[in-house]
Ligand binder design. Structure first.
Ligand SMILES: Nc1ncnc2c1ncn2[C@@H]1O[C@H](COP(=O)(O)OP(=O)(O)OP(=O)(O)O)[C@@H](O)[C@H]1O
Ligand SMILES: [Mg+2]
Length: 261
C-alpha cells in the first residue's frame, strides 16, 4: 500500500488557479524530488499536504487513511487539523526557529507540548520530559550539533540553523518529511552540509518530499522526480527518466535554462 496518495488536488487563490489537479503516489521509504520553475505551485502543494492550506478539491490519503476529501468535507476542529499535521513534517526555506530558545528547546518544545495531552502526563511528567530531552539530544547529534545544545539560533550559521530545523521536524517522528527548498536561503558553501544531512536521512523507514532547485542533489537522492509546470505535473518518473530522457518539451526547456543560469 502506498504511504501517500494524492488525487486531483486543486487550489485557487482568488481567481488564480495555482494547483490544477495534481496527483501522485509515494511508497514508504521513497524520496520524491519536486522540481519546476518559480510560481509552478510547488510550495502550495507542500502547504496543502501539511494542512497549512485547504485544497479546493481532491484527496489526501496517508497509509490508507483519508485525511482530506473535498467531497466529504466537514468543518474540522483545530485539534483534528493538528493531528493530521502530525503525519507530515515541514522544513522551510527560512528556518523559522524560535529565537528565544536554545537548540535543545527548539527541538523538544513541540514534543513536550504534545506530551501534555497524554493521559499519564501528570503522574510521569519528569520521566516523560527526561525521555524527550534524551531523544532531542540524540537527534541533534545525528545532524552534527551535539556540541551546541545550549546555544541560541543567533549564534549559529545558516547551515547549522537549517540542521536544527531538520532536527525539530524529525523530533515529531512524521511519517512523511517535507522540505521546501531547504538550501536556497544559504550561502553556497553552507549548502553541502545541509544536503548531506538530508541525504543521510534516507532510509527504508523514512519517506521524504523535497522541493529543490539543486538538480544534482535531486538526481542523486530521489527515487521519483516530479516536474511541475503551471499547477500541473508535466512529467514524472525515476531520476534517470526525468533528468536523462525527459519526454516533454517544457521539461527539456527547463533543464536547458537551468544549465545556462
Ligand atoms: N497565499 C497566496 N495568495 C495568493 N496567491 C498565492 C498565494 N500563495 C501562492 N500564490 C500564488 O500561487 C502561485 C504558485 O506559488 P508557489 O509559491 O506555490 O510557487 P513555487 O513553485 O513554490 O515557486 P518558487 O519556486 O518561486 O518557490 C504563484 O503565482 C503565487 O503568486
Ligand atoms: Mg516555493
Amino acid at each position: 500500500m502506498a504511504i501517500l496518495e494524492v488525487r486531483n488536488l486543486k487550489k485557487n487563490f482568488g481567481d488564480t488557479q495555482v494547483l490544477k489537479g495534481v496527483g501522485f503516489t509515494l511508497e514508504k521509504g521513497e524520496v520524491l524530488a519536486v522540481i519546476g520553475s518559480s510560481g509552478s505551485g510547488k510550495t502550495t502543494l507542500l502547504r496543502c499536504l501539511n494542512f497549512l492550506e485547504t485544497p479546493d478539491c481532491g484527496e489526501i490519503i496517508v497509509n490508507g487513511e483519508t485525511l482530506f476529501n473535498s467531497d466529504s468535507r466537514s468543518s474540522k476542529s483545530d485539534v483534528e487539523i493538528r493531528k493530521k499535521r502530525l503525519h507530515f513534517g515541514l522544513v522551510f526555506q527560512s528556518f523559522n526557529l524560535f529565537p528565544q530558545y536554545t537548540l535543545l528547546k527548539n527541538v523538544s518544545l513541540a514534543v513536550e507540548l504534545l506530551a501534555r495531552e497524554r493521559g499519564d502526563y501528570k503522574q510521569n511528567k519528569s520521566e516523560i520530559l527526561r525521555e524527550i530531552g534524551a531523544s532531542a539530544r540524540e537527534i541533534l547529534e545525528r545532524v552534527g550539533l551535539s556540541d551546541k545544545l545550549d546555544a541560541y539560533p543567533f549564534q549559529l550559521s545558516g547551515g547549522q540553523q537549517q540542521r536544527v530545523a531538520i532536527a525539530r521536524a524529525l523530533a515529531l517522528k512524521p511519517e512523511i518529511l517535507c522540505f521546501d527548498e531547504p538550501t536556497s536561503a544559504l550561502d553556497p558553501e553552507l549548502t553541502g552540509e545541509v544536503l548531506k544531512v538530508i541525504r543521510g536521512l534516507k532510509s527504508s523507514e523514512r519517506t521524504m518530499i523535497v522541493v529543490t532547485h539543486e538538480m544534482e542533489f535531486a538526481r542523486n537522492v530521489a527515487d521519483k522526480v516530479i516536474f511541475m509546470a503551471d499547477g500541473l505535473i508535466e512529467e514524472e518518473g525515476t531520476a534517470e527518466e526525468v533528468f536523462d530522457r525527459p519526454k516533454s518539451q517544457r521539461t527539456k526547456a527547463f533543464f536547458t535554462n537551468y544549465k545556462k543560469s
